[in-house]
Design a protein around this ligand. Structure first.
Ligand code: ADP
Ligand code: MG
Length: 611
């Protein structure tokens, strides 16, 4: 298959002008009959890697997906693009299954979506051999690995596909895979000498921000009022918080619903559907709200509480901005959350688990408090080196935090660590040092007579949270070490001693946004154009959105299946007058041009007539 031909189909059927990173390479290798392993970030366009080739290869493309709720939407999207596709899962009755099977046998579909449990029914495996399968695409392939966090036992059975269809190439796709999971996927699926494609984890259109958590609900409410036409997710640590925040938002006139594992299956599906269909603007969710979110226009993800680790944070924020338009990821960071987690961790019984949790907490706190580029830290976690100059979309790059002369504070802190060690002959943890500095009278302070230290109470100019932050920054600066063992004790490094003895000046970062008004709006950020941004006539965009919603409801599909926000913004920017111009809009393929062209063109014309 020549790449020119793939490009032609890309526009004709899907309406896109160019491939995203690695899409073409993945398609070409897969079409050439090779096994392929592809790791692209969320929103990287993995589905297209099997959907488009399905139109040109001989034989049926079998897509294994764990998410029954998504299959219908995917098939509806294929239908809207004019690609014959269907799905089989437990939501269909026997009659309907049989009907679809007949059509499959006649070769009337290019794509078949299927849940792994259905695939394994013995009758089905036998029939499969006669369907002329040309490719097996395994979406969310990390579900096969016990090392990953979405392990699905049913996925294990996929290994038998290789025996059953030895000649058929496999395409494994995922957005989550550490080295170990990656190898596991390749082994479990028995991929033969696969072509391995791994894209950068960077999501240029996402803006990362951390705010000092202070009256979290009020902060969120203000954000939602500032972003009144957008939808997004608020991740909460507990089911109870998710419920409460959602309820309060509804009372404050913002339509929202909760999502967590405590809700029944039907209620979860219903709430997810409300969000997908833009009936509610906000979902207040726990981490249970995950893989199933394919809504491309999630414009913000707010973390109401501290996430457990960087990996989780990356995945959860990754659900924003799948469509490539700018989106925001806001973390509300409060010292209280850190304390709560630490207590929770100390209650764990397995010491190995405990140590892992401590390290993960340390990393996410490091992310939150650091004054360098957020992307550098996030991507470093995935082993990627990122140049902060390329960022331009995180709070630390756009408005660097102020530094202050922290020499005195550092002197006090370091000498306190030194005096404690000198007096007691052992080292203590961060909390204890801060309690000595701020003259607390804890049981340990009394037991160890630390109130007799010359450094006791010399730090009253700052509160406890500020000292905790200063202490952690001194660790980052290499003046102290913090051993990740139980109670993670602080010790002076050689450099720390030098700074202490020679009174070397130390520059420290101002604490996170000293919040008086919990404002999210920053003018300097709004002025700049953002990666992925499409400026357009917002009033017209709003009108087209309403038209889209009406059409989507008539067809009983989510709005994005009619057109993406990218398509609508381009329409509101270019104002196509006729079909020829309309064809140039991203997302407009032949079928949509025919079915939807006239109605959108006339809506635009009507608007232009009055404006
Ligand atoms: P993933 O599964 O990797 O998270 P999806 O397959 O859901 O990503 O695609 C995310 C979005 O990107 C979808 O809305 C899809 O239509 C769009 N998309 C995919 N490929 C392209 C492309 N080449 N050009 C424009 N949009 C694309
Ligand atoms: Mg996907």
């Amino acid at each position: 298959m020549k790449s020119r031909d793939l490009s032609a189909i890309l526009k004709q059927s899907f309406g896109f002008d160019s491939f995203r990173t690695l899409q073409k390479e993945i398609m070409e290798d897969s079409l050439a009959g090779r096994d392929v392993f592809a790791l692209l970030p969320t929103g990287g366009g993995k589905s297209l890697c099997y959907q488009l080739p399905a139109l040109v290869r001989t034989g049926l493309t079998l897509v294994v997906s764990p998410l029954i709720s998504l299959m219908k939407d995917q098939v509806d999207a294929m239908d809207a693009a004019g690609v014959p596709a269907t799905f089989l899962n437990s939501s269909l009755d026997i009659e309907e299954c049989r009907r679809r099977f007949d059509k499959l046998e006649k070769g009337e579909y290019r794509l078949l979506y299927i849940a792994p449990e259905r695939l394994m029914l013995s009758g089905f495996l036998n029939k499969l051999r006669h369907l002329g399968v040309g490719l097996v695409a395994v979406d969310e392939a990390h579900c096969i690995s016990e090392w990953g966090h979405d392990f699905r036992p049913e996925y294990r059975h996929l290994a038998t596909l290789r025996e059953l269809l030895p000649e058929v190439p496999i395409l494994a796709l995922t957005a989550t895979a550490t080295g170990r999971v990656r190898e596991d996927i390749i082994r479990q699926l028995r991929l033969k000498d696969p072509a391995v494609y791994i894209a950068s984890f960077n999501r240029p259109n996402l803006m990362y921000r951390v705010l000092q958590k202070n009256k979290a609900y009020a902060q969120v409410l203000e954000y939602l009022k500032d972003h009144s036409s957008q939808c997004g997710i608020i991740y909460c640590q507990s089911r109870k918080t998710a419920e409460t925040v959602s309820k309060k938002l509804n009372e404050d006139g913002i339509r929202s619903c909760p999502y967590h594992a405590g809700l029944g299956a039907s209620e979860r599906t219903r709430n997810q559907d409300l969000f997908l269909r833009d009936e509610v603007r906000v979902v207040c969710a726990t981490v249970a709200f995950g893989m199933g979110i394919h809504k491309p226009n999630v414009r913000f993800v707010i973390h109401y509480d501290l996430p457990k680790n960087i990996e989780g944070y990356y995945q959860e924020t990754g659900r924003a901005g799948r469509d490539g338009l700018p989106a925001e990821c806001v973390l509300l960071f409060g010292a209280g959350d850190t304390v709560k987690y630490s207590i929770f961790i100390e209650q764990k019984s397995d010491p190995r688990e405990q140590e892992l949790a401590r390290e993960q907490l340390r990393q996410i706190v490091h992310y939150a408090e650091n004054s360098t580029c957020r992307r550098v830290i996030l991507l470093e976690y995935f082993g990627e080196k990122f140049d902060a100059k390329e960022c331009g979309a995180c709070d630390n790059c756009l408005s660097p935090r102020e530094k202050f002369d922290g020499t005195l504070a550092a002197q006090k802190f370091l000498s306190c660590v030194f005096r404690i060690q000198e007096k007691s002959g052992f080292s203590v943890g961060l909390n204890h040092v801060v309690e000595v500095l701020t003259a607390h009278a804890t049981e340990k302070i009394k037991r160890w007579h630390h109130e007799e230290l010359s450094t006791y109470g010399i730090g009253k100019e700052y509160g406890r949270p500020a000292w905790l932050e200063i202490g952690r920054e001194l660790v980052r600066l290499g003046l102290l070490t913090q051993k990740a063992q139980k109670f993670s004790v602080l010790e002076l490094t050689a450099e720390g001693r030098r700074v202490l003895v020679q009174r070397v000046p130390v520059s420290l970062t101002e604490p996170l946004v000293p919040v008086t008004r919990p404002s999210f709006v920053s003018r300097s950020w709004q002025a700049k154009s953002r990666p992925g941004e499409i400026s357009c006539d917002e009033t017209l965009f709003e009108r087209l959105r309403q038209l889209r919603k009406r059409l989507a409801d008539e067809r009983n599909v989510p709005a994005y299946i009619v057109f993406s926000d990218v398509s609508l913004r381009q329409m509101a920017r270019d104002r196509p007058k006729d079909k020829r111009a309309f064809r140039n809009i991203s997302g407009v393929g032949e079928k949509k041009l025919e079915n939807l062209g006239d109605i959108f063109i006339s809506e635009i014309a009507e608007y232009c007539g009055t404006h």
